[in-house]
Design a protein around this ligand. Structure first.
Ligand SMILES: [Mn+2]
Length: 382
């Protein structure tokens, strides 16, 4: 079945059988399907899914159904659901019934938090309890596609310090509960700007050329998004898991990707791994809410102060309002950086040169005032 309108098999939001949907492009799909993985030799995975009060039960069930249907039993250690302070009756009752009846073949653990944790801390509470060798974070409104997990695990097996990210497709829902599923590209990198805006961009010419012989080859990415990635649990913990001082939502993905790179790892986007993500207007409202923005700014400042090294000046050039923000205690996060620097010798200038040259230096190389020779002030050519 191609892209386009698709009606769910029931109003409960259970995904229909759509067959293999890895890459949107047929040649890529064909190659992904032809890949064979030794599932027996792959590590078991814990899938962490937080949800909040405003989440529709049907979206959450769609996520669960898709994971259970499309993940090899051998690879699924457990699903950990974190109820982030939702007291909705359908969340509490129906979900509990689902777990004990419909999903009773799968190990599903349901945690409850009486404080509103926000996505990073809710994920963290699940990650701490995870028993799988590999962890995957997922939103509560997704639909994984056939064969989504194996290529992620394959990338991790080739280098245990890998953060392997799946590609997102777009799902939308109209008032008749009819769902639209649209394939996202499988060549994008996740990127960020000096002001920590982040998004997706197509790979550059060199990348595309390098991948010409195999369109399914992983795409090296400077950044990751907050969910839909897999990592070894021991590596995730070793590099500092999530920053527990971060508030609410925003920036945790930037923090994580920078740590992965600086601590000897790599961030890869995997074209054969796809999951639909329900697009909602709510997220934009988040971003326009002054209260949320101030929490996000606090998080951003913590990242800039620890991981941008002397390049944080550029961040503050674009976000001068954050100079005055108190970022709290950073000693633990700086200790992680210190440990990683000693072991891997990858500073931010290494990252800029080797991983993300496209970010560039505002005003060009001449503006590098921290080369130990020049003390001239920055001349931004904007
Ligand atoms: Mn989401």
């Amino acid at each position: 079945m191609g892209t386009g309108h698709h009606r769910t098999v029931s109003a409960a939001g259970i995904p229909g059988s759509r067959g293999t949907k890895c890459c949107g492009v047929e040649s890529c799909r064909f190659r992904c399907r032809a890949k064979k993985y030794n599932v027996d030799a792959m590590p078991k995975t814990s899938i962490i899914i937080p949800f909040i009060e405003s989440e529709e039960l049907s979206h959450l069930l769609r996520t669960l159904h898709s994971v259970i249907q499309r993940t090899p039993v051998k690879l699924l250690e457990e699903i950990i659901l974190i109820n982030d302070n939702s007291h909705r009756e359908d969340h509490e009752m129906i979900l509990q019934n689902y777990i004990t009846t419909i999903f009773n073949e799968t190990s599903i653990r349901l945690l409850f938090s009486h404080d509103s944790l926000g996505a990073p801390r809710a994920r963290l509470s699940g990650l701490k309890l995870a028993r799988g060798e590999v962890i995957v974070t997922m939103d509560s409104h997704m639909e994984v596609q056939e064969g989504w997990l194996e290529p992620l695990l394959d990338a991790i097996q080739q280098d245990p310090r890998t953060l392997a990210s799946g590609y997102l497709d777009w799902m939308q829902k109209d008032e008749n509960d009819s769902w639209t599923y649209k394939h996202g590209p499988s060549t994008w990198k996740t990127y960020f700007e000096w002001n920590f805006d982040f998004g997706f961009q197509d790979s550059n010419k060199e990348d595309i050329e390098a991948r010409q012989n195999d369109v399914t080859a992983p795409v090296v990415s400077p950044m990751c998004i907050g969910s839909n990635w897999a990592m070894r649990k021991d590596v995730f913990e070793e590099i500092g898991a999530f920053d527990e001082h971060m508030k609410a939502w925003g920036g945790e993905n930037i923090d994580l990707a920078l740590r992965v790179w600086r601590c000897g790892g790599r961030v890869l986007s995997i074209p054969c791994s796809h999951a639909g993500h329900l697009e909602r207007r709510g997220h934009r409202e988040y971003r326009n809410n002054p209260e949320w923005i101030s929490l996000m700014e606090y998080n951003y400042k913590r990242i800039a102060e620890v991981w941008l090294d002397e390049y944080k000046e550029y961040f503050y050039y674009y976000r001068p309002e954050l100079l005055a923000v108190d970022a709290g205690d950073l000693s633990f996060r700086r200790a992680i950086k210190e440990k990683c620097s000693q072991k891997y010798d990858r500073d931010f200038s290494w990252f800029l040169k080797e991983v993300y040259p496209e970010l560039g230096i505002p005003g060009g190389e001449d503006n590098l005032a921290w080369d130990g020779v020049s003390t001239k002030s920055f001349l931004f050519a904007l």
